[in-house]
Design a protein around this ligand. Structure first.
Ligand code: BGP
Length: 463
C-alpha cells in the first residue's frame, strides 16, 4: 500500500447540532433560527434549520450507516439552545439531556469515538438581544457555565471535546462580511469579539481541567486554517500576507496552542484605535489554559496581495482589509459550485507549520470536503450518486497529509465534512458534502460511491 496511516488513525466525518438535528423539541432559538424565522428569503430555496437532516429522530439509523462505511470516530456539537433551559443559571432541559445521552451512547456502541463540540455558530439569540452576544464578557461567563454542565453530564463517556468550531467565521460572519445574523459591519467590535471568543475558549478549558468527570479526556478547538500565500515575494506582498495570516489564522491559533496572541497584532489594533479591552488576569487565564489537541478544517488557501487602493475608512470604519487585498491567482483550480480554490498542497504546509511552529501538537483534520450543487444528476440506475470528483478531492488531500505525517507531523485523523448531507447556514442544502446523500423531501438517505470508497480506505488504514 502506498499511503499507510499511523495506527489508530481516526476515519470519520463531522457535522453539527444545528445543521443536522432539526429544531424538534428545542425551546430556545439560536441566531440562525431567529434569522430564518424573520427572514426566510435569506436562505437558499427558503430552507431553514427546522427539520435539517432529522438527526434528532433518526440518529440510530444514521449511526448504523456511518458504521457501515468504516467510521471509527464522529464529531457533532451540542446545541446551547437545546441543552440549557435558563442561560443565567445553566439549568438544563430534561429532553435534551436524554437526547444527547442517547446520541453519545449510540455512537460509542457503534464503535465510533464521539467528538463533542460546544459551539458551532449557534449563539442563543436571547443573549445577543440582551447583552450583544460575543461582544459581552458576561456571555463569555455564561458559555463557561454551559461548558461545565456539558462536562458534568457527558464527560464520563466523551473523552474528546472542542470548545469552538471556526471562531474566526463568527467574527467574519457577524461583524465583517454579513453572512451570520446580526450581519453588522464593525471592525472594532470584530476585534473585541475575537478576543472574547479566545477568552471563552480558555474559560471552558479551565472548567474542563477542574472537572473530575473528564479523567483521561482531552480538549481542543477546531480552527479553519487558511494558509495565507502572498502574490509575490515583494516586501509589500509579504507584509500583506503576514497581517492576513495573523488576523485570519494566528489570532486564534496562537492563543489556543501557545497561550498568547501573535506578536505585533495588538500593536496594530492599538495604533488604529481598535484594541480590545482586556485585563492581565484574563491574559494569564489564556496563558494557563491551552488546548491538548487541535482540529483543523481546511477548504481553501488565502491568497493575498498588498492593497492597490487605500481602504476608504470614512465609508467602512476600520477594517482588517486595510492591510491586504484578496488575490485571485491566475490559473488556479476552483470548485465551481463554491468558487473556492482547490489547493491540496496546503494540507502539507499546514502539517509542517504545526510541526515546526506549534510544538508539533497532536492534531487532526476535523473538516475537509467538496460542496457540489445538483448532485442528483450524477445518480446511477440504482439511485447511487457517483461522485468520483469527491473521491479525487479526498485522495489528493490525503496524499499531501500523508507526506506531512511521514515528515513527522503529529496528525491523528481525517474527518470529511460531512457524514450525511446536512443543512448549511445561508446555503441551506445547496451544496452537498456528504458520503451519504439526503433526499430532502423524503428524508431517504443513500450511500454515495465515495462512502463505499472511504470504507475501504478506513478498513485498510490507507490506500
Ligand atoms: C465550514 C463549516 C461548516 C459547513 C461548511 C460548508 O466552514 O464549519 O459548518 O457549513 O463550512 O459550508 P457551505 O455549505 O456554505 O459550502
Amino acid at each position: 500500500m502506498k499511503h499507510k496511516f499511523p495506527e489508530n488513525f481516526w476515519w470519520g466525518a463531522a457535522t453539527s447540532g444545528p445543521q443536522s438535528e432539526g429544531r424538534f423539541n428545542k425551546k430556545h432559538r439560536s441566531v440562525f433560527d431567529y434569522w430564518y424565522d424573520t427572514e426566510p428569503d435569506a436562505f437558499f430555496d427558503r430552507v431553514g434549520p427546522n427539520v435539517a437532516s432529522n438527526f434528532y429522530n433518526s440518529f440510530r439509523e444514521d449511526f448504523k450507516m456511518m458504521k457501515s462505511i468504516g467510521f471509527n470516530s464522529f464529531r457533532t456539537s451540542i446545541q446551547w439552545t437545546r441543552l440549557i433551559k435558563d442561560f443565567e443559571t445553566a439549568e438544563v432541559e430534561a429532553d435534551a439531556v436524554r437526547f444527547y445521552n442517547e446520541v453519545i451512547d449510540e455512537c460509542i456502541s457503534n464503535g465510533m469515538i464521539p467528538v463533542m463540540n460546544l459551539h458551532h455558530f449557534d449563539l442563543p439569540v436571547e443573549l445577543y438581544e440582551k447583552y450583544g452576544g460575543w461582544e459581552s464578557k458576561h456571555v463569555v461567563d455564561l458559555f463557561a457555565k454551559y461548558a461545565k454542565v456539558c462536562f458534568d453530564l457527558f464527560g464520563d463517556r466523551v473523552k474528546h471535546w472542542t470548545t469552538f468550531n471556526e471562531p474566526i467565521v463568527i467574527v467574519q460572519g457577524e461583524y465583517l462580511n454579513q453572512f451570520h445574523y446580526p450581519n453588522i459591519v464593525d471592525g472594532k467590535k470584530a476585534v473585541q469579539v475575537s478576543y472574547n471568543l479566545n477568552l471563552a475558549s480558555a474559560k471552558a478549558i479551565e472548567e474542563f481541567k477542574k472537572n473530575e468527570n473528564n479523567k483521561g479526556g482531552r480538549i481542543g478547538i477546531v480552527l479553519n486554517l487558511t494558509p495565507a500565500y502572498p502574490r509575490s515575494d515583494s516586501e509589500e506582498d509579504l507584509a500583506a500576507s503576514d497581517f492576513a495570516n495573523k488576523f485570519h489564522n494566528r489570532m486564534f491559533l496562537d492563543p489556543a496552542v501557545l497561550g498568547h496572541f501573535p506578536e505585533g497584532l495588538a500593536e496594530v489594533f492599538e495604533k488604529d484605535g481598535v484594541l480590545w479591552q482586556s485585563s492581565s488576569e484574563e491574559m494569564e487565564l489564556i496563558r494557563n489554559n491551552k488546548v491538548d489537541f487541535l482540529g483543523v478544517n481546511f477548504y481553501q488557501p488565502l491568497r493575498v496581495k498588498v492593497r492597490e487602493h487605500e481602504l476608504d475608512e470614512s465609508k467602512t470604519g476600520w477594517l482588517p482589509d486595510k492591510y491586504y487585498e484578496y488575490y485571485e491567482m491566475p490559473g488556479r483550480r476552483v470548485n465551481p459550485h463554491k468558487n473556492w480554490e482547490i489547493y491540496p498542497e496546503a494540507m502539507y504546509d499546514i502539517a509542517i507549520n504545526i510541526r515546526d511552529n506549534y510544538g508539533n501538537i497532536p492534531w487532526y483534520v476535523s473538516e475537509n470536503g467538496m460542496g457540489v450543487y445538483g448532485e442528483e444528476k450524477f445518480k446511477d440506475e440504482n439511485g447511487m450518486i457517483v461522485d468520483d470528483y469527491r473521491i479525487d478531492f479526498v485522495t489528493e488531500h490525503l496524499e499531501f497529509l500523508h507526506k506531512g505525517i511521514e515528515e513527522g507531523s503529529n496528525c491523528f485523523g481525517y474527518h470529511l465534512w460531512t457524514p450525511i448531507d446536512c443543512w448549511s447556514w445561508m446555503n441551506a442544502y445547496r451544496n452537498r458534502y456528504g458520503f451519504i446523500s439526503l433526499d430532502l423531501a423524503t428524508q431517504i438517505k443513500t450511500i454515495k460511491k465515495s462512502g463505499y470508497w472511504f470504507k475501504d480506505v478506513a478498513e485498510n488504514n490507507g490506500f
